[in-house]
Design a protein around this ligand. Sequence first.
Ligand SMILES: [Fe+2]
Ligand SMILES: [Fe+2]
Length: 382
Amino acid sequence: MIRVPIEQLRVGDRLGRDVYSSPDVPPLLRAGVRVSDSYRSSLERAGVIAVWVDDGLSDGIEPLEVLDVDTKRRATTAIRDAFSDIMRTVPSGARLSTEAIAEMGEVADLIVRDVSRHVHSALALNDLANADGYTLKHSLSVTTLGLALGVRVMRKYGWVDVDGRRRFDCGGGRLSALGVGLLLHDIGKLAVPGDILRKPSALTEDEWEAMRAHPTLGVHILKRDDISPLSRAVVRSHHERWNGTGYPDKRVGTDIHQFARIAAVADVFDALTSERYYKKAMPLPEAYEYIERRSGVDFDPEVVDVFKSFVAPYPPGTRVVLSDGYRGFVKAVRPDAVKTPVVRIVMDASGTVVPAREINLATSPQIKIVSTHFDLPEPVPA
Ligand SMILES: [Fe+2]
Ligand SMILES: [Fe+2]
């Protein structure tokens, strides 16, 4: 199965997976269906960015799912409910119900469980590519990546307590508080006027000002006893930058709460790789390099170090062209060798299909990935 961006999807391609616009409603299209012109336009209308296609050449290559189907469904419903709580109460001072807060905690625990299961493998995040409201999808993606980072940062670097001691005893309670903070990190945006949030062109200085208020608005909404101060630190400081150029407090380095430093990487990576009104999604390898480049500038070097060890810039199912001209699909990604995956070669440089063979780029350093696009043979009519 390969992941095909919607603009490259062709009439006759066969879907390899059900396509959802949101995990909590029935699929738009089922696996096995052949794409027609009208199907393609309805996927576009629903804001779907990419789908999985069965193309015959990539048999046996399966997308990795980070989250359980049930976790995804429950998390989507919980975030949606929390958002509508806020929207309903905005005029009288936005707040969340006790039930919504409790559900956030349970959902955070489920996501911690799912991401901990894969702690020794590389992480492919493209399976979350569905549409629905941006803030909803963004909240779930940032939580998944942020917790996957958090679990690993705690193992490798631990956390520093009030006496300045590094500790490695990060229990479930702390991670769950990180999860709640990540789920709600942009909740303050619900109090920012919609025409500013959705403006397709550059914001004026006043509009920026309103936008930059979302972390403090969020903390205000979450000022209550049943929310951990650790969760609030994520909400308040996820736009702080390592070199002090962020907002709202212009904190520098380790003065920024560690959980907010983790959130910053997850937040920027997801924003870069998502499609918005005003910009196309950045390809994964470019977004990966951006995070790498901004280590020690925007981001905590320890968090970036962990990010680089397990986030896959070329997840299984990615089409790749190699420096020797051969073309194929990423078959597997090993942790600590995420930039040099195992590739199944299917075509030569002229585009002729060749007998499939595998090459491990980690043990063939002379061969590099030079592109992530080539044309596949025309789909065979059913
Ligand atoms: Fe934000
Ligand atoms: Fe965000």
